[in-house]
Design a protein around this ligand. Structure first.
Ligand SMILES: [Cu+2]
Length: 277
């Protein structure tokens, strides 16, 4: 029986190790892999904390499951009718009852402390260096950079516009990308104009509803430059699958260049509008 327990433990730990290995081996931080078991490689400070909390929970869950498995096996083999023909008559054991109440409470406290810390950490930042307002529409996202007075819509590229040979992905590309500077506390505000949408980037550990008439808030601090993909995650109508999100996390200098070019493009657009009136 002990050999069986060891084999089960080895199988579970190899699965757990593969969780971690799959997280480390990924070449790009933004993408899931075929047969991947773990979460996407975290790209923000919040996502890093979320993934390590997830790993902690995996170990706790595995230990509890193995312990229950061992107890079950002991019951099955040691206390069956054949092995234990004369059953014991006692029904209470005060010490045991205290132990099986106190230990689960302790485990829950161990889980609750980092859980609440993380919840409040992810909730909002008091030291936002910039703000982006995201608006969900049927069926595209609008972005505003109020600090720089830049705004644009990001529409999904149609399948025929996508060139997979250039590394583009069907149903995930947009005409405009959200550009973010790395190592910056970015406040994200969400709302919607029609129905509920949800802005989701798995590598950022962000999945927040964009609700009409309400503003939801979270924040990110991206640590790894790169391209990150996400999708609307709240069923919002027939073209729900057609509102992807593309985020480019770039250096602060590159971000400055981008925002300047955007400002100029916006100014040019409004001059054209004025001239047309
Ligand atoms: Cu949707």
């Amino acid at each position: 029986m002990t050999r069986f327990v060891w084999a089960a433990a080895a199988a579970v730990s190899s699965v757990l190790l593969s969780f971690q290995a799959s997280a480390q081996e990924m070449p790009t931080p933004s993408f899931p892999h075929p047969w991947q078991l773990g979460l996407q490689t975290p790209a923000t400070t919040g996502a890093e904390m979320l993934v390590s909390f997830h790993t902690l929970l995996m170990w706790v869950i595995t230990a509890i499951s193995l312990f229950v498995l061992v107890l079950l096996l002991v019951c099955i083999f040691k206390f069956n009718e054949k092995a234990n023909p004369i059953p014991a008559k006692w029904s209470h054991n005060t010490l045991l009852e205290i132990v099986w109440t106190a230990i689960p409470v302790l485990i829950l406290v161990v889980i609750a402390v980092p859980s609440y810390r993380l919840l409040y950490y992810l909730d909002q930042t008091t030291e936002a260096e910039m703000t982006i307002k995201v608006t969900g529409n049927q069926w595209y996202w609008s972005y505003e950079y109020p600090d720089s007075e830049v705004s644009f819509d990001a529409l999904a590229l149609l399948p025929e516009e996508i060139d997979v040979t250039k590394g583009q992905y069907r149903l995930l590309e947009t005409d405009e990308h959200v550009v973010l500077p790395v190592d910056t506390n970015i406040r994200l505000l969400f709302t919607a104009t029609d129905v509920i949408h949800a802005w989701t980037i798995p590598a950022f550990a962000v999945k927040l509803d964009a609700m009409p008439g309400r503003t939801n808030e979270t924040w990110v601090n991206v640590k790894v430059p790169g391209r990150y993909y996400g999708q609307c995650s709240e069923l919002c109508g027939p073209d729900h699958s057609n509102m992807p999100i593309v985020v480019d996390a770039v250096s602060k200098e590159e971000y400055q260049k981008w925002i300047e070019s955007k400002k100029q493009a916006n100014a040019a657009k409004s001059t054209v509008k004025l001239a047309a009136q």
